[in-house]
Design a protein around this ligand. Structure first.
Ligand SMILES: [Zn+2]
Length: 260
C-alpha cells in the first residue's frame, strides 16, 4: 500500500497518537537529511506518514529546514496529498487569535532558500497562480464549519525569511499589500509539493496578532492559544482524511504537464 497522505506537523504538532501500526523510517534523499525520521502508520484504513517540520524536539529553525529533502522523501513514499498545519500571526483585526485560516494565496518574502527541484538539467516553470489544492481546501473549510470553528476560507499568507519577526513598518506594509496572515515556513514547502505534483493544504492556526497591532500579549496567552489550536487542527485533520478520494482531478496532479 502506498503512503498516500502526509501530515507535516508544525509548531506544537508532534503527536502521532491518531496513527496506528506505527513504523519509524528514514528516507535517503539527494538533498541530505529530512527534518527528522518519518512515522508511517494507518488512520481510517489509509496509510499516512507524519513528519515534524522542525524536528521532534523543535530544534530546526524555519530558515534551516531542508524543505527539498522533506518533500523529496514524501514523494519517494508515494505521497499524493500533504496536509500542512502551521502557526501564524494575524495581519487583520477580524482574524483573531484562536481562529483558523485556509490560505489560498501566498507572498514570498524569503531570501535564501532552495525553492526548486529543477535547478540543473531540466528547466521547469510551474504555475503557482493557485498554489494550494482546491479540493483539499474545500474539505478543510467544510470540516472547520462542521466543527463550529472560526474558520476563514481565504487568506493571503506572507512567508518571511526569519528567524527574526517583522518590524512594525514591514508588518504594516504587508497589511497594505492585502496580506492576511504571516509565518516563516509556508515557502518553499508548498511550491516544492506542486513541483512534485502533490496536493498541498495549509491549515494556518492564528496564534497572535503580528507586530502591527501593538497589542501586548503574554507568552502564557500565546501558549494557551497554541494548545487549543493544536486540538482544533487535529480534529480538522481527522475529519478530512476519511473524505479524501484516491482519484484526483485537481490541477495539482498534472502540474508539470505544461511546465517543462
Ligand atoms: Zn490537488
Amino acid at each position: 500500500m502506498d503512503t498516500e497522505i502526509a501530515i507535516i506537523g508544525g509548531t506544537g504538532i508532534y503527536n502521532t497518537d491518531i496513527i496506528s501500526n506505527k513504523e519509524i523510517v528514514d528516507v535517503e534523499t539527494p538533498y541530505g537529511k529530512t527534518s527528522d525520521s518519518l512515522t508511517i502508520g494507518e488512520f481510517n484504513e489509509k496509510k499516512i506518514v507524519f513528519l515534524p517540520r522542525h524536528g521532534k524536539k523543535h530544534s530546526v529553525p524555519p530558515h534551516k529546514i531542508n524543505f527539498r529533502a522533506n518533500i523529496w522523501a514524501l514523494k519517494e513514499l508515494g505521497v499524493k496529498r500533504i496536509i500542512a498545519p502551521c502557526a501564524v500571526g494575524s495581519l487583520r483585526e477580524e482574524m483573531k487569535p484562536g481562529h483558523i485560516a485556509i490560505p489560498d494565496q501566498f507572498i514570498d518574502r524569503t531570501k535564501d532558500r532552495d525553492s526548486t527541484f529543477y535547478d540543473q538539467g531540466t528547466v521547469a516553470h510551474i504555475s503557482t497562480a493557485d498554489p494550494f489544492c482546491p479540493d483539499l481546501r474545500n474539505l478543510a473549510i467544510s470540516a472547520g464549519k462542521k466543527l463550529n470553528y472560526n474558520i476563514h476560507g481565504k487568506a493571503t499568507q506572507v512567508c518571511i525569511e526569519g528567524p527574526r519577526f517583522s518590524t512594525r513598518a514591514e508588518s504594516n506594509m504587508f497589511r497594505s499589500w492585502g496580506a492576511d496572515t504571516i509565518n516563516m515556513t509556508l515557502f518553499p514547502e508548498c511550491v516544492l509539493a506542486r513541483e512534485s505534483q502533490i496536493c498541498y493544504l495549509a491549515i494556518a492556526t492564528i496564534t497572535d496578532y503580528d507586530v502591527w497591532a501593538e497589542t501586548a500579549v503574554s507568552h502564557h496567552e500565546v501558549l494557551k492559544t497554541l494548545e487549543k489550536n493544536v486540538e482544533k487542527t487535529s480534529s480538522i485533520i481527522q475529519n478530512i482524511i476519511p473524505e479524501i478520494n484516491k482519484n484526483r482531478d485537481c490541477l495539482c496532479a498534472n502540474a508539470l504537464d505544461e511546465a517543462i
